[in-house]
Ligand binder design. Structure first.
Ligand code: UD1
Length: 435
């Protein structure tokens, strides 16, 4: 393993565990929440204006509350009730995103672009690595430098200055392709820069498009949304807006796999078929029946699960955030599947935990070779990161006996009310304090 070891630090969050009794065929309707990964940069984008914004369909998740704390720490009024965030920049003038907050959530780095554009100066703690592998920020820095900003790293902080941000042309691709949050940061900064910015190899993830739609509603001039070439013509100022964010495609994908793995019949209400092409394609190959309805996506599975090979890629490829869930499904196929990780080559912490449940997986570089077994058996396992935890929950749904998943604070960062939602579909699940 790299410098990124499995952390035992919960960031002050309670150490809860799930106890899941496997063997139930999921049946019913599950409603998908707003997308965390759209909510976070959109909340950061509210820093670009002096006016109040109202953001709806925000999932009440730990990461969202962290972002609200970061905004408040800057002097912004930011409140959330019933999935609605009201953000009033209130003439904020603190440009610091401190280590104690950034260290609990990497996505905090997306305040860098808006702060720089609005206050001309930003001090944002370096996010550091994490359990899914090293996570550099060179593309964020390259992109902001192309707009004329001066950036350096000192005492663990990115210190950024830009008297006059000026549009520029930048290719935002790295070793692993485009970057979601680097695209977000540069796009946000460019909205208030002088002149035109062109971002080549921009990320096209639906969450980036949602941010672009939000910015356009604020008065930004953006062309090329949903394509890898974004053109942003800077404007003098942006205004506050009311906006409703998209639903969470990863939560939807996770419930799709939950239905498939248990031989279930689940209507995933609010899932957007347009955001889930690669996941749907693989699930169809597995033998799952998928129908689009006016309310969402219905996922029905009977009979054996067929093995498939999966490679994670930038959107519209198969999402890395669905890799652990797909692996759980591949654990109980009749045959061999190869899962290759092209975004985070070290994102395989879940393998050793799945092995404790009887899975047969060999890691060869950044490919996991999964030999399906006829059944998994319940075991105590430990969640290591958000999506790995989701993979363990899915495995527990089909394991024989009661699986105990500890450190589920990871799961609470990204899945709203997951136990209530699973319970409603028939799962026997309990949350308890860890001993
Ligand atoms: C976002 C998502 C995360 C998802 C990831 C990839 C949010 C809040 N998080 O994270 O859930 O897993 O996209 O889809 O939206 N890279 C560099 N240099 C950089 C930035 C990234 O080399 O400056 C690399 C990364 O190490 C990784 C790849 O680019 O290999 C993609 O990462 P990126 O899209 O930036 O991930 P995030 O935006 O942090």
């Amino acid at each position: 393993m790299s410098q990124c070891q499995l952390t035992k630090f919960s960031g002050g969050y309670p150490l809860d565990k799930f106890i899941i009794e496997g063997g139930v065929r999921l049946k019913g309707v599950v409603e998908i929440s707003g997308a965390k990964n759209a909510a976070l940069p959109i909340l950061a984008a509210t820093l670009l204006t002096d006016e109040k914004s109202v953001i709806k369909n925000v999932p009440p998740l730990r990461d969202v509350y962290t972002m609200l704390r970061i905004l408040r720490n800057m002097g912004v009024r930011a409140d959330m009730e019933d999935g609605v965030c009201v953000v009033h920049p209130n003439g904020y003038n603190n440009y610091i995103a401190p280590y104690k907050l950034v260290s609990t959530m990497r996505a905090s780095v997306c305040v860098l672009g808006p702060l720089l554009a609005k206050l001309k100066h930003a001090e944002v703690s370096m996010p550091g690595g994490c359990v899914i592998g090293p996570r550099p920020i060179d593309l964020h820095i390259k992109g902001l430098k192309a707009l004329g900003a001066d950036l350096k790293v000192e005492h663990g902080y990115i210190i950024a200055d830009a008297k006059n941000l000026t549009g520029g042309r930048v290719y935002l691709g790295g070793k692993f392709g485009s970057s979601v949050l680097a695209t977000a940061n540069v796009m946000m900064a460019a909205t208030l820069a002088r002149g035109k910015t062109v971002i080549e190899n921009a990320a096209c993830e639906p969450e980036v498009c949602d941010l672009a739609d939000f910015l356009v509603k604020m008065g930004a001039k953006i062309k090329g949304q949903r394509t890898p070439i974004l053109e942003i013509e800077g404007v003098k100022s942006l205004h506050g807006v009311e906006y409703s964010i998209i639903n969470d495609r990863i939560e939807a994908g996770t419930f799709m796999v939950a239905s498939a793995i248990t031989g279930g019949d689940v209507l995933i209400k609010g899932a957007n078929i347009e955001h889930l092409g690669a996941v749907i394609d693989k699930l169809k190959d597995v033998g799952v029946k998928i129908t689009s309805t006016k309310d969402g996506i219905r996922v029905v599975k009977t009979g054996f699960i067929k093995p498939v090979d999966v490679t994670t890629l930038s959107y519209p490829g198969f999402p890395t955030d669905m890799q652990a869930q797909m692996m759980a499904l591949m654990c109980i196929t009749k045959g061999i599947s190869v899962i290759t990780e092209k975004i985070y080559p070290e994102r395989f912490m879940h393998i050793s935990e799945l092995a404790r449940m009887g899975a047969h997986i060999i890691l060869e570089g950044s490919s996991a070779i999964v030999k399906g077994v006829s059944k998994l058996s319940a075991a105590p396992v430990m969640a290591s990161d958000l999506r790995a935890s989701a993979g363990l929950v899915l495995a527990a749904l089909v394991a024989k006996g009661k699986t105990e998943i500890s450190r589920i604070y990871h799961l609470d960062r990204g899945y709203h009310n997951i136990e209530e939602k699973l319970e409603k579909l028939g799962v026997k699940i309990k949350r308890e304090k860890e001993d």
